[in-house]
Design a protein around this ligand. Sequence first.
Ligand SMILES: CC(C)(COP(=O)(O)OP(=O)(O)OC[C@H]1O[C@@H](n2cnc3c(N)ncnc32)[C@H](O)[C@@H]1OP(=O)(O)O)[C@@H](O)C(=O)NCCC(=O)NCCS
Length: 495
Amino acid sequence: MSHLGRINNLVNHLMVEDVEEDQDELHLNNVSGKVKKDSITVTDNRTGKTYNVPIKDLTINALAFREVSETAGDNGLMVYDPGFQNTAVVTSTITYIDGDKGILRYRGYPIEELAERSSFLEVAYLLINGNLPNKVQLDSWSNRIMTHTFLHENLVGMMKTFRYDAHPMGMLISTVAALGTFYPEANPALVGQDIFKSESVRNKQILRIVGKLPTIAACAWRHRIGRPYNTPVNHLGYTENFLYMLDKLSEQDYKPNPVLCRALEILFILHADHELNCSTAAMRHIASSGTDPYTSVAGAAGALYGPSHGGANEAVLDMLQQIGAKDNVPQFIADVKAKKKKLMGFGHRIYKNYDPRAKIIRRVAYEVFDSLGKEPLIEVATELEKQALNDEYFIQRKLYPNVDFYSGLIYKAMGFPTDMFPVLFTIPRAVGWLAHWIEHCEDPETKIYRPRQVYKGEWFRNYVPIEGRPPAKVRSQDFYSSSTTKRYSKVTSSS
Ligand SMILES: CC(C)(COP(=O)(O)OP(=O)(O)OC[C@H]1O[C@@H](n2cnc3c(N)ncnc32)[C@H](O)[C@@H]1OP(=O)(O)O)[C@@H](O)C(=O)NCCC(=O)NCCS
């Protein structure tokens, strides 16, 4: 049974018939007293008992189901929701999404307006502090971020020890985690759990992380291409400095292309937050144990790295390259429908409509192509989009292009290899993670994250000494040998 099927079963099970909605208060059998209209009434058919559960903000409290027990002391019911498809774990004021209508707003501002008129650091201020800054506030914020861009030389030294072909996400994740070791005064394990109650301590870590991430990302890139790392230039803009650190060689007064700075700025704005996505949930999950934000950001970046999330733009490019030409699109669509392949960059847990960010990115892609020349794979992408949007398989499942469908093409046109794509996603998304971290620190309802499970394993077994055990039933023990081992076995077997 699919996950949705299981949830539907549960919902059907909980459904109450014949409740008159238009009355303010209802009288029901087995429920003592009057029942509020903003509530659901649940009958447990095992016991015949009826329970009344209040509805608040379109939610019911999951803990209410603990009361629904068959026998005394059986701990009641849990809500089974693999992948958190319909479970709210926080209240938030940061980002609003209406997936059916294709709406995305940061702190109430439509993403389209922010992408058109704002700058990344202004949006970062908005997400982290709650409101748009005035000129003085924005100047001070930008200045502070840009004076936190330098890395400790030991950290630079550590980055230099990675292999030449290390995946830049692996470098970024480890370096961000290592960054935390340079600030013992911000480590709750060393200085106490209450440390992040101080706004000033929180703010300092935010400046450091937002300031240093582009430097770490640029070092990862320069490492890959075997060039010396560039030191940041604080009087440049955020994306301008990033492009400078990536590309500067020995030119005097090197200035990055302003069209590319603005394109990157828009991409960063679009990627800055997306409410409780996989990596943001990971950020909150890790932070809930009280760890420092460097470790939480590193963990969140790990969650972002996967191909179902931030690694999707990398996967889109691989997919487009495999398809190769417009003529091969129908066969690819047929393979997707036969479940042999997945159409990467399509589909979203929340959006059941065109992702509003994808629309903006499509336009930015053409602006970048005007400046740098057209990326040939755009032909394959537009044909793929056209055919998928007209195909019953995708229509029925409400699968539309998401943010990653076109972003990879822009990055490719800008000359980034695909493994840099998730890094380019991580830099702006860290702002969203940190906004959620603050909300988490200030939320009086915050608790350590600890989901429940349905145990279906062996109930009870006594330990049997090894001599008396039959061969264990296990999953496959197949593995492959490294080439060194293969050569070594040849030598030993022939001798
Ligand atoms: C994002 C994603 C993980 C959401 O997954 P989800 O909400 O769990 O959706 P489901 O996996 O339940 O998908 C529902 C149905 O659509 C199909 N589907 C979803 N995304 C699909 C895709 N990209 N290509 C083909 N079929 C897809 C599923 O196979 C499933 O079909 P079924 O009902 O016949 O079994 C998923 O759409 C996906 O993997 N997309 C590609 C990766 C991607 O672009 N990620 C970036 C997100 S910003």
